[in-house]
Write a protein of this length. Structure first.
Length: 339
């Protein structure tokens, strides 16, 4: 069923590429990203087909097959994944989907309701709410995923060092992280914004450094367990370097907690980004952001409630989908469910 749905998604993506080909020169970055997404869906469909043939020839299932089977049985996680895929397509195809620009103002339609010209109405400056929401989702998901990737890389690196070498290295890294974690996040954000200024790069830096303790602590715990196994001692005896042991033997056995924590952190990170924008510390006008739209809309609740309702529901949908999908990934990777 999943293989068939991915095939239909690939065909639909190909048709959309042909349909929007005349506009590719105007939005070549979005079109290029969409092309890569279509290629990824095609490769995924091909991999699913080969995996089906391999399963038919071999009754034994590997760890990845068991994890995928458990994930498919979790209907909530699959629905959440479908919502995330749909939102991902919307963010990439935002310039092609919306007929309006998120920055253009229509002074003749201030705080207007739903209409054929403005599908979700306009804000107090006549800007299209639907267009600003789509581009706000693009900004939120782009920054959220990028920040979590950086957070994962840095936290995993520190956790590997602390857990593998132990002793003074472990104490030094963990004590420094505890001191860093003790700094209030809002105070840290204000300090960095005051020193470096505002911008997307600074926002990614702030958010990516905010959750290092969680990644480092979980990875450190996993490494402390893995490094006591006999194959690690054997690798040391035959003279394999520490770097090779960490990359080839320790890290692969710590992938599960990394994937679970990363998938659960994306929703929280997007919520933090929206909160910073709501307070005026995140994405700055006129660039659309869900938190900024929510802050601006609270002043016009009686005039046009869509200014607050649309970004609020969008934030809820994104965060809830990532959290439900992360829960599904956690359950699928749980080794106690192998039976």
């Amino acid at each position: 069923m999943v293989r068939l749905k991915s095939f239909y998604l690939f065909i639909t993506s190909m048709l959309l590429q042909v349909w929007w080909l005349p506009m590719a020169s105007l939005e070549w970055i979005s079109y290029g990203v969409f092309t890569l997404m279509t290629l990824a869906v095609g490769l995924f469909t091909l991999a699913m087909a080969r995996n089906k043939k391999r399963q038919a020839a071999n009754a034994m299932k590997g760890g990845r097959e068991l994890m995928w089977l458990r994930l498919k049985k979790n209907k909530t996680a699959m629905v959440a994944m479908g919502v995330l895929i749909f939102l991902g397509y919307l963010t990439v195809l935002a310039p092609f989907v919306t007929p309006q620009s998120p920055l253009d103002t229509d002074w003749g339609a201030l705080s207007q309701g739903i209409s054929t010209t403005h599908w979700l109405g306009t804000d107090d400056m006549g800007r299209d709410i639907f267009a600003r929401t789509l581009f706000g989702i693009r900004v939120a998901m782009g920054i959220g995923v990028t920040a979590v990737v950086l957070n994962t890389l840095i936290g995993t690196f520190l956790g590997l060092l602390a857990g593998y070498y132990g002793g003074k290295t472990d104490s030094l890294i963990m004590r420094l992280l505890e001191v860093w974690n003790a700094i209030p996040f809002i105070l840290l954000a204000i300090a960095i914004m005051a020193a470096l200024g505002t911008g997307i790069g600074k926002l990614i830096l702030i958010v990516s450094l905010s959750n290092l303790m969680a990644f480092a602590r979980i990875i450190r715990g996993s490494v402390l367990t893995v490094k006591e196994h006999d194959y690690i001692a054997a690798a040391r005896v035959i003279g394999i370097t520490d770097t090779s042991i960490i990359l080839r033997h320790v890290l692969p056995n710590c992938i599960s907690p990394i994937l679970v924590l990363a998938s659960l952190s994306i929703g929280e990170t997007i919520l933090v980004i929206a909160g910073l924008s709501f307070l005026g510390l995140g994405i700055q006008p006129p660039m659309p952001s869900l938190g900024g739209m929510l802050a601006n809309g609270q002043q016009y609740l009686h005039e046009n409630f869509l200014m607050s309702l649309v970004p609020g529901v969008t934030i809820l949908l994104i965060v809830l989908s990532f959290n439900l999908f992360g829960d599904g990934v956690r359950d699928a990777l749980d080794s106690r469910l192998n039976d």
